[in-house]
Design a protein around this ligand. Structure first.
Ligand SMILES: Cc1ncc(COP(=O)(O)O)c(C=O)c1O
Length: 377
């Protein structure tokens, strides 16, 4: 895709603001705007907003989302749930990932003493183990059935497969089937002109599946969809009750190609310093694979978008080196100059940093620990 269509962009940090790099900087105004806008969209649809908090992994941002009306959190890992319950006071968490294995089930039972936890399941073996543990502990666990509406990751296929699983789970003591869930990530991965149709089809497949389960007497209260690129579409399907976008708090390079959001709306960037200029067409910045995740993006070539330099490409990264290829006479890449890089995929990039530097009017005003980073269990 041509970079020429990108909106005009500006750095978050004021030129005179000195920070050590690499560091993730977050623009406070953009962050608040992104949170408020999605909350208003969900409210206008009458759909619950349960943001996926793996994007930011940060209790302060969880509190902002909650204050803006989020009904609770979505996370992928039990460890993330523990952080948001204990450090952000979130009392209602959906773990949108199967909880499998004895150690995790013990932690889940402990966490259920401190908050309302719902778990997503897509298999009988995982459900049986959880049901047994809940029954033995005299507890009941709310579960969503994960439905595959086209992403082909986890989830039973929409329709008969998912209905059969839901009915089996509903018969298990200790489990309470309260919802169905899909992550329509394939919509965002489709061509920009196709995203609306793909997202709407995914939402409809999920609603139809929920209705088919209800026809067997199981009360499906929650019909949960979620991804940032499809957020304008999937939650508009009548019957959807909940949306779980995550990336929207910051946005990232992956969304530009859909045209709605440009770099000026991206709240989180990696600030990096030019540490070498070995050739006129090549510079090296101090953000390599330890600062930028490896994901690529169809929106822009290379390992991130350098704000204000659409023609520059981070062509290669090793651990500590980001190798930037420059068009002729590109200004701003002398040794010591600072650049801001919008990550291709912000979620794994946040996972690489200990803290977010919060920036107001170009100046760092706070540092927020990324308390749920690295919580892979
Ligand atoms: C199950 C689930 N729900 C919601 C999301 C949020 O999607 P996005 O990052 O596009 O906002 C994700 C992201 O991976 C996910 O895995």
């Amino acid at each position: 895709m041509s970079t020429a269509v990108l909106a005009p962009d500006r750095p978050i940090l004021a030129a005179g603001e000195t920070i050590d790099t690499p560091a993730m900087v977050v623009d406070e105004v953009n962050l608040h705007q992104n949170i408020a806008e999605m909350a208003a969209w969900a409210a206008s649809l009458g759909v619950n907003l349960r943001p996926h908090m793996k994007t930011h992994k940060t209790p302060q941002i969880a509190r902002l989302q909650r204050a803006a009306g989020a009904v609770g959190a979505t996370v992928a890992k039990l460890g993330e749930a523990e952080v948001f319950v204990d450090q952000a006071g979130i009392d209602d968490v959906l773990i949108a990932y199967p909880v499998v294995g004895v150690p995790k089930i013990a932690r889940l039972l402990a966490l259920m003493e401190r908050a309302h936890i719902t778990v997503t399941l897509d298999s009988r073996p995982a459900a049986e183990a959880l049901a047994r543990a809940m029954y033995d502990a005299d507890r009941t666990l709310d579960v969503y059935v994960e439905v595959n509406t086209g992403q082909d990751r986890a989830g039973m296929r929409a329709g008969d497969e998912a209905v059969a699983l839901a009915l089996d789970l509903a018969r298990m003591p200790g489990l309470n089937v309260v919802g169905v869930l899909t992550h329509e990530g394939h919509a965002g991965a489709s061509a920009p002109e196709m995203i609306a149709d793909v997202a709407l089809a995914a939402g409809q497949a999920l609603v139809d599946t929920a209705n088919a389960i209800r026809a067997h007497g199981v009360d499906i209260l929650h019909v949960s969809v979620g991804s940032t690129p499809s957020a304008p579409y999937t939650p508009t399907v009548p019957g959807v009750t909940e949306m779980r976008p995550g990336t929207y708090v910051f946005y990232d390079n992956s969304i530009f190609r859909h045209g709605r959001i440009g770099p000026d709306r991206c709240a989180a960037r990696i600030a990096a310093t030019v540490v070498s200029r070995p050739a006129p067409d090549r510079a090296v910045v101090d953000a390599g694979s330890k600062a930028l995740a490896m994901d690529m993006s169809p929106s822009h070539p290379g390992h991130g978008y350098i704000v204000g330099h659409p023609g520059a490409t981070i062509a290669r990264i090793s651990e500590e080196h980001g190798v930037v290829l420059l068009p002729p006479d590109e200004p701003g890449f002398a040794v010591g100059d600072r650049v801001e890089i919008i990550p291709n995929h912000v979620c794994p990039t946040v996972n690489l940093t200990d803290e977010l530097l919060v920036v107001r009017d170009g100046h760092v005003v706070d540092r927020w620990p990324v308390a749920a980073r690295g919580k892979v269990r």
